[in-house]
Ligand binder design. Sequence first.
Ligand code: NIG
Ligand code: FE
Length: 410
Amino acid sequence: MGRLAPPWDRLLLDARLATLRDDLGAYGAIEDGALAWKDGLIAFAGPARELPGEPAALAARVESAGHRWITPGLVDCHTHLVFGGDRAQEFERRLQGASYEQIAREGGGILSSVRATRAADEQALLAASLPRARALLADGVTTLEIKSGYGLDFETERRMLRVARRVGETLGITVRTTCLAAHALPPEFAGRPDDYIAATIEWLPRLQQEGLVDAVDAFCEGIGFTPAQTRRLFEAATALGLPVKLHADQLSDLGGAALVAGFSGLSADHIEWTGEDAVRAMAAAGTVAVLLPGAFHVLRETKLPPIDALRANAVPMAVATDLNPGTAPLQSLRLAMSLACTHFRLTPEEALRGATHHGALALGLHDRGRLVPGQRADFVQWRIGHPAELAYWLGGELVHAVHVAGRRVQ
Ligand code: NIG
Ligand code: FE
């Protein structure tokens, strides 16, 4: 702990901390709190009366937090925010009765975003993607995952992942990149899904060498890839030392959640159709359940993910936006938290843990997500009277300030 000893860089007094520590009460709350950081890490997060000396002697700068609530920076652990074009017309068609799967089988859906993404150069893709990432940041997100999957050829998948990295560099926030080349079958491989999986397996080490891949994902579904194809991809990813995660059991139960748990995967995402045995497999493997209520809402789904079984088996539940042009044009993680409460009956506290600590776990990040000494000093000061408000308000400007590694970015 020596390196976190005073003198600290900054000390905030009059803070109400939602630490999300498990050993405290609701929200891990500390009402008369103080928060200090040093070299980008939290050095103190506790009751002000436990400060080890006079505030002025402890830090180079001491300020009042004005009794504002402070939470860890939000973690959006599942997005597809790099893409060209939009799918507003598909939205109109679905409202007239066409289903998501029907549109996909007609060559629209994901493939229409593939056409628009292939047509966009790196600069255009970055210009289209930055405002979406900025919207998330403005609502408290300090760590973000971005998937590829609208390229479906080597060059465009690579371009998407490069843009994802540039989003992080431009905004000064952490971006984790996930290769989702196995998102849909590109027209060049029509009728040859196994050949396409083989191609994506070839791309992986090349993308990995360029530092563009933190994890590997697939869409295991009737309109995506089979469990056998997913397994081949996961075997290749595992051989490269890359962690896996999966779009699992969203529209039907193909056993996707159990499959990804079998690879000790980071997360099984969507999981509306996942059964109890698979939930037990996730618990045993430490695989996080990523709930995506935005897609559930937009597709007007009715099959609820197995929330009670997840709770009973103590599977960590994360909440993410799934921000994408088709099923979730959702640019606020707080709104995803609200939808998780309303549709899935998460408590506001579960939703906040889902958008912080558990979101971080779904990315394999253990250095953030709670206000605890030693964690990164990623935190948000909010204009609220109680942490439940974060999931309660639909929209609104609740952010007072956002810090990433101790540096104010918003
Ligand atoms: O997470 N399910 C597959 N992928 C996305 C949707 C992608 C799209 O429709 O563009 C999802 O919902
Ligand atoms: Fe998704």
